[in-house]
Ligand binder design. Structure first.
Ligand code: MTE
Ligand code: MO
Length: 366
């Protein structure tokens, strides 16, 4: 088939690489772009590395106590790539964001360095994902009324940390969410899913943090009893002083904003500039964005792009005439539909998740 000829492409030079094959979107490269992030600029977050899977032998394998007649891995119900392509398809714009997006600011703008990939604000993106609803596949596989959790597993190498093999990247999705809007996607922005984003098929969980959207999905366990993995017990919980001992589970992204400007950009004084950016929140649409160009002393509302009112993310612009040469910070503070605004400082947690603080973006005026 056409998809079988897909080969792994190297990471795009339009991405900023971190360690371990992780790469973040360059926000300044979004300034001339539309609503979605072009695929070659979309961030990549891997626990190990992207596997190159053969679409002809690839199978989705559903099993577990929540299915009729497929209690264990050995009697899994199988679907091949063509089976999925033949089911009713849908396409939707979904924002993916790593729970650790903005982590570096816990250290660089606050006093709370945390371990983990030192993302700026570029571990986020919106793409159009096309695929089949997970609910459709679950029903074909013989879903029972007893099912409580659905746990997709990636076919990338096992994740080993501190000498312990934690197995395949996997994380349970409660049945209500699994039956709601979750997709098994095989296209991204109108093209075959690229290797780095989960070829041949990935899970896309709208409105949830990125780790829920398992790439290179193979097995899917459907269970009548709750499931767990390191990815909802050890990681992706808010640990540390001021948090519950067993941590609060991290499920949805927080409210954030980013300027479509290079970090420490140089701009001339006395000229009117149009500055653009975007804000988003896991709670729903953004209602207002306030901008400060004088180190947080005064704030004025940004102009919200009228096409983006439905949510996903919100583009905005503001005008600024830098008054004199010097070093400034520009700041954006978004408020979402629930009235939640970005705080001046994010609440620290041991693993550096959910940074929602107002970022002080440095600008040098000459
Ligand atoms: N799925 C598998 N199989 N392995 C992974 O390492 N990383 C997760 C998720 N799905 C991961 C995975 C994390 S932490 C994030 S943030 C998103 O994929 C990133 O998706 P992207 O690389 O397409 O941007
Ligand atoms: Mo992530």
């Amino acid at each position: 088939s056409r998809a079988a000829t897909t080969i792994a492409k190297p990471l795009s030079p339009r991405l900023l690489t971190l360690r371990d094959g992780n790469a973040e979107m360059r926000w300044e490269a979004m300034a001339s772009q539309g609503f979605t992030v072009p695929t070659d600029r979309f961030f990549v977050r891997n626990h190990t590395r992207s596997p190159l899977l053969d679409v002809d032998t690839w199978r989705l394998r559903l099993f577990g106590t929540g299915l009729r007649g497929a209690p264990s891995r050995n009697d899994a119900v199988e679907f091949d790539y063509g089976d999925l392509r033949a089911m009713p398809a849908e396409e939707t714009a979904v924002l993916l964001e790593c729970a650790g997006n903005g982590r570096r600011f816990f250290a660089s703008q606050q006093t709370h360095p945390t371990p983990g990939a030192p993302w700026g604000l570029g571990a986020v993106g919106v793409a159009r994902w096309r695929g089949v609803r997970l609910s459709t596949v679950l029903r074909h596989a013989g879903l029972t009324d007893d099912a409580v959790d659905v746990q997709p597993e990636g076919l990338d190498p096992d994740f080993v940390t501190g000498g312990v093999n934690l197995g395949r990247v996997r994380r349970p999705i409660p049945i209500a969410k699994a039956l709601d809007d979750v997709l098994l996607a095989y296209e991204m922005n109108g093209e075959t899913l690229p290797v780095d984003h989960g070829f041949p098929v990935r899970v896309v969980v709208p409105g949830w943090i990125g780790v829920a959207s398992i790439k290179w999905v193979g097995p899917i366990e459907v269970s009548a009893t709750p499931l767990s993995s390191a990815w909802n017990t050890r990681f992706y919980r808010m640990f540390g002083p001021g948090h519950p001992v067993d941590g609060r589970l991290v499920t949805t992204p927080v409210v954030k904003s980013a300027f479509e400007l290079p970090w420490d950009v140089r701009v001339p004084s006395g000229e009117q500039l149009m500055i653009a950016g975007r804000s988003w929140s896991g709670n729903g649409p953004i209602r207002a964005v306030d901008i400060s160009t004088d180190d947080g002393v005064t704030w004025q509302p940004a102009d919200l792009h009228p096409d983006d009112e439905g949510g996903v993310w919100q583009r905005w612009t503001t005008l600024w005439r830098p008054p004199r040469p010097g070093r400034f910070t520009v700041r954006a503070r978004a408020t979402d539909v629930t009235g939640t605004s970005q705080p001046g400082r994010a609440r620290p947690n041991a693993l550096g998740y959910l940074f929602d603080g107002v970022v002080r973006h440095p600008v040098t005026v000459y």
